[in-house]
Design a protein around this ligand. Sequence first.
Ligand SMILES: Nc1nc2c(c(=O)[nH]1)N[C@H]1C(S)=C(S)[C@@H](COP(=O)(O)OP(=O)(O)OC[C@H]3O[C@@H](n4cnc5c(=O)[nH]c(N)nc54)[C@H](O)[C@@H]3O)O[C@H]1N2
Ligand SMILES: Nc1nc2c(c(=O)[nH]1)N[C@H]1C(S)=C(S)[C@@H](COP(=O)(O)OP(=O)(O)OC[C@H]3O[C@@H](n4cnc5c(=O)[nH]c(N)nc54)[C@H](O)[C@@H]3O)O[C@H]1N2
Ligand code: SF4
Ligand SMILES: [Mo]
Length: 681
Amino acid sequence: MKQVRVVCAHDCPDMCSLIASVEDGKVVRIQGDPDQPYTAGFACGKVNRDSDLVNSPERIKTPLKRSGPKGSGQFTPIGWDQALDDISTRWKAIIKESGPLALLGYAYSAHQGLMNRGLVNGFFHALGSSRLQAGTVCDTCCEVAWDATVGPVGSADPQSVVHSDLVISWGADLAATNVHFWALCEEGRKQRGLKVVVIDPRRTRSAKAADLYLPIRIGTDAALALGIMHILVRDGLADRDYIAKKTLGFDAVERDILPKFPPKRVAEITGLKVEDIETLAAMYGKAKAALIRLGEGMTRLAAGGQALRSVALLPGVTGHYDVKGGGALLLTAASCDLNYNAIRKPSGPATSRMINHLRLGEDLLNMKDPPIRALYVSANNPVVTCPEVHKVRQGLMREDLFTVVHDPFLTDTAKYADIVLPASTYLETDDLYRAYGAYWMQWGQQAAKPQGEARSNFEVAQALAKRMGITDRIFTLSPQDAAKELLKGATGPAGAADHATIFAGTPISIAHEWSGQPFKTPSGKLEFYSEHLATQGLSPVPDWEPDAIESADAAKWPLRLLTAPGYFQAHTAFSGVGFLRGREGKPCCILHPDDASKRGLADGAEVRLFNERGQVGLVLKVSDEVQPGVVLVPGQRPVGEAVSGTINMLCSDRYTDMGEGATYQSTFLDVGPWTQQVAAE
Ligand SMILES: Nc1nc2c(c(=O)[nH]1)N[C@H]1C(S)=C(S)[C@@H](COP(=O)(O)OP(=O)(O)OC[C@H]3O[C@@H](n4cnc5c(=O)[nH]c(N)nc54)[C@H](O)[C@@H]3O)O[C@H]1N2
Ligand SMILES: Nc1nc2c(c(=O)[nH]1)N[C@H]1C(S)=C(S)[C@@H](COP(=O)(O)OP(=O)(O)OC[C@H]3O[C@@H](n4cnc5c(=O)[nH]c(N)nc54)[C@H](O)[C@@H]3O)O[C@H]1N2
Ligand code: SF4
Ligand SMILES: [Mo]
């Protein structure tokens, strides 16, 4: 048996270093690497099963060509040469008639390797096609809010938690989405008496284990953060020196905003108890090194940017941004400076028409001059994960749209394709990785040859570039030589690493020498007042107000959607593993016992979730892990697994206040019984 050092490429902040055991050319086991301190010898419960993912009998073996009506999922196997010829012939004809803007590359993050993720985008960049404004389904809201507050720079190092005496997990279910940080928190609790607070509308696994849990009302985090600031100021716990030296605009917040948020009003807005708000503020104000783990959960709604920004300002009031083990942890990638353009922007026009990732349906249906005539989907499953799924499907049904999907599995999206290309999984590729939630970089080697005729994103981008007459050198290089282009001119710790160490697969720490949280805002300070936001017509200071559209919808519908990660299914990336599908259970929704009994609905019943967009059928779980008035739907599951449909059928494509992100949780709805009559509607 051979052991190969690989890197986990799933969309996850931890970027584990893994050991793949390979027997007769087949990956038989995956384990966490004991020699990488953050991975610390364990992989999560999903990736422990990645030998099942790579060897899944459900994988696509060859390219496929549609043989039935659009969306029917009927295909005939074809060879790669024919598939690539068909694609390039169609694309050339479309470009000739309508120009390159009629093409859209819709590639995202399922392979986190810098080349397998980046070169597909690089190919479409070089082609001059319409460009994807990527990540609006995910993290653009939190990123833009962070940038407006702290600047485009990495946040705290998760490993600095060994110096913390308080961790606040705010809108993140660490036991699901950040298990290595969670493990460090657990260790700190046992060894040093570290306290953990969880702020989440769902009593998550992390919340159950916490020292203090605040079941906040969805979308009210800014009010809570401002309420804590109010108490810190009231009780003389604000660090006036830090505020004067390192922040901008606190005086305006103190004068105009904080008086509006006394504990009693904050309790009314957030649904929390005044005592809990006071306890949290006192814990935070008195902690020596308090680290806030900012989760994306609080940003997946209309005023998500304002929420994240308000919370990210808290360590500026106590000065904890200057304390080792204090501050805030969101994303880290902005502090890793590599030559990304070598891969992502080899050539092509400086600007192009942008297509918002979450408005795929709308743009497939209504974009003009030219309309989108060719779509290439890679490492994405928008028929499940994108809001306004009905529009996405309608768009994909267009007879005049030529769709290619590259994926290891015949996903719900692939079923709408004209040509499906089999993708290799990360275990079958070479790539260079840097974490987005930790300070590590590592070269991951191919552990096994691809199953069937599968090819990597990198290879397919190169093959398509050749066929389309693109001549940039990057499309001719081996993965290792391409990675060297990424490293050329890199600065900081990533630039200092030597090639021999990197390509031996050694995990490389890319943490900067610590001297407090740096700020890269226009003022060079932490911006309580942001002129940049003011120029966009947004409140330049943190604030909380009810959202008019949400309030109108809440008056029509009794329940609000809470969206949270699946423990054993991350979006649809592991849906090809039968064991994990079973562990996650049938796609479900969770209602508080009061809401279930009001509707005469019992645990285990098939229920109908509906609003003006449509209906979906899920299995009901009755639990007080959510508050009354909320319906929780964990994960986004493929249509075939549910009673009927997928949750994003009920979500609109409205944007967040910052970053034009997705507002899944600004969805209001009701739940009722699922009957034969309903099913027929
Ligand atoms: N309602 C609701 N919707 C949401 C969210 C939510 O909280 N609520 N969360 C959103 C978030 S945060 C995100 S990031 C998106 C995720 O949405 P998607 O990006 O659509 O994520 P997945 O469903 O994981 O789909 C990834 C696809 O890539 C394939 N794949 C895996 N490896 C490779 C590879 O190497 N090459 C290629 N070509 N394909 C590969 C997988 O088989 C899978 O089909 O969903 C968003 N949607
Ligand atoms: N197991 C697993 N791991 C994953 C993923 C997965 O789907 N499953 N997805 C991966 C991806 S693509 C991403 S982007 C990250 C995202 O990881 P996170 O940053 O953790 O964000 P979310 O998963 O969207 O939401 C986390 C929590 O926010 C809570 N929440 C929802 N609304 C609010 C609110 O208004 N206020 C507060 N305070 N909390 C709220 C939810 O109940 C949920 O428990 O995780 C990655 N890791
Ligand atoms: S915790 Fe995240 S990085 Fe680690 S193995 Fe699991 S999915 Fe991969
Ligand atoms: Mo995401």
